[in-house]
Design a protein around this ligand. Structure first.
Ligand code: EPZ
Length: 420
């Protein structure tokens, strides 16, 4: 197992390029199940989660090649409708093969995703949506069994207690693309990754309107063709690098970055004292004067992303004053709090709130990553801590960041990977 070791105290400077979006490429890979024709996906990041999805597509009968950021998916000899527990339990996003498998093969058997450290993550909205399209759904031995001789378009409300669901919207949108008639999804997720998936489906010949808004309309078609598509940049990786500039009081230009996808974060960083220069395809970030404490509440897009909550908390640990961070999507997503406190932060947890009292400095310490975004927040803290920080269990980081330590090294960080 690897860990990352960081010598804190370097102001990061220079230019770095962002990889393609993990949360966009995964559902787009699942969408290739909707056709027998070849699909080409460009700008795909080399991540553990992408490798897992490749293994799932191969287990479902697809031929998949992945080279230099290009994923080529083509038909194999025979499709299989069972997505196995062994693979699905390692990555929740694989549950979004349910919709395309069912739509294409009229049946699907997909393992229920296992537990998740960031919180209770049910799939009731996925099942509600697929059922509304006329599928018979049952749960047996940890698997969802779905059958439908023909899916039929329908109008449905897909909002949950925490608002819209990204992957439930994706699952239903893919299934409805091959259903009879029109489907209307109300309270659909508006995330840029949902829009990117819809763009890919449109290239395959699907009929979709309203993607990127809470009301999506899909007119089903009989068949879908192959398509070629370039993935959007990863807005969460972009956000993480913006925080790296702020926390080290550095000056970074981030290339292949869409500021249009980061409105809430840019606004919050402005409040905290950031100077951001936006241009087509790049963002320059540096602090302007003293950092200021900010209160943050995570919300569905275009609200402040939950996947940036841990990273902005790291910044607030060294910002003079009190900040209150409220997690409205995953109320228990605070595994990073204890580890940041080990580095000398003053964070108090009150249910879905974390009250952060800024301290003068953090001290380097051995800490443990518990999930993908928590690992990013510990690395940010290590970049400014006095002395050495070692972050273990970084297999969590490798799920969603492509060569993050190499990108930070390029900006001057003293960070390296070593065997535990
Ligand atoms: C996507 O997960 C992302 N993953 C997550 O990113 C991200 O945190 C999340 O959206 C929210 O933005 C991918 O895209 C692969 P949701 P998803 O369904 O779709 C509840 C990362 O760090 N809910 O939008 O699984 C759920 O429990 C990962 O890259 C139900 O109640 O999230 C949560 O509270 C972590 N019933 C809320 O909705 C359901 O059927 C939003 O979850 C589905 C979800």
């Amino acid at each position: 197992m690897d860990r990352l070791v960081i010598e804190g105290g370097v102001r990061l400077k220079g230019e770095v390029s962002v990889s393609g979006s993990k949360n966009s490429v995964l559902p787009i890979m699942a969408a290739t199940l909707l056709t027998d024709y070849p699909c080409i996906i460009k700008g795909a990041p080399n991540l553990r989660d992408v490798t897992t999805m490749i293994r799932i597509l191969r287990s479902l009968g697809k031929n998949v090649e992945f080279e230099k950021g290009i994923i080529t998916v083509s038909a194999g000899s025979r499709m299989n409708f069972v997505a196995d527990y062994k693979l699905v339990s390692t990555m929740r996003a694989s549950f979004c093969v349910l919709g395309p498998l069912l739509a294409k093969l009229k049946k699907a058997k997909v393992s229920l995703p296992g537990g998740c450290i960031i919180g209770v993550r049910p799939v009731d909205l996925h099942l509600k949506g697929i059922k509304s399209l006329g599928a018979d759904i049952s749960i047996e031995s940890g698997y969802v069994l779905a059958k439908a001789s023909r899916l039929r378009g329908n109008r449905m409300y897909l909002g949950g207690i925490y608002g819209s669901s990204v992957l439930a919207t994706a699952n239903v949108m893919m299934a409805a693309s091959l259903a009879d008639g029109k489907t209307i999804i109300e309270s659909a997720a508006c995330e840029p990754e949902v829009t990117d998936l819809a763009e890919f489906l449109l290239k395959m010949g699907a009929k979709i309107k309203g993607h990127g808004t809470p009301i999506i309309e899909i007119e089903g078609v009989r068949h879908l063709r192959g398509a070629e598509h370039s993935i959007i940049p990863d807005r969460i990786e972009t956000g993480t690098l913006m925080l790296a500039a702020m926390i080290t009081k550095g000056d970074i230009i981030i290339r292949n970055a869409f500021y249009q996808h980061l409105g809430a974060l840019i606004d919050k960083l402005y409040e905290a004292g950031a100077h951001t220069t936006k241009s087509d395809g790049s963002i320059r970030v540096r602090p302007k004067g003293r950092l200021k404490p900010v209160n943050v509440t995570t919300l569905p897009y275009p609200g402040f992303p939950t996947d940036m909550q841990a990273q902005i908390m790291s910044l607030m640990t060294v910002t003079p004053g009190i900040s209150v961070i409220t997690e409205k999507i995953y109320p228990d997503r605070f595994m990073h709090v204890a580890e940041l406190n080990r580095m000398g932060a003053h964070i108090q947890r009150e249910g879905p709130h974390a009250i952060v009292e800024g301290v003068k400095s953090l001290s380097g310490a051995p800490v443990m990553a518990s999930d993908l975004r928590a690992s990013a927040s510990l690395i940010l803290a290590g970049l400014i801590a006095k002395g050495t920080t070692s972050v273990s269990r970084i297999y969590h980081l490798d799920r969603g960041y492509e060569n993050l330590e190499l990108k930070l090294q390029k900006l001057g960080a003293k960070i390296w990977r070593e065997k535990e």
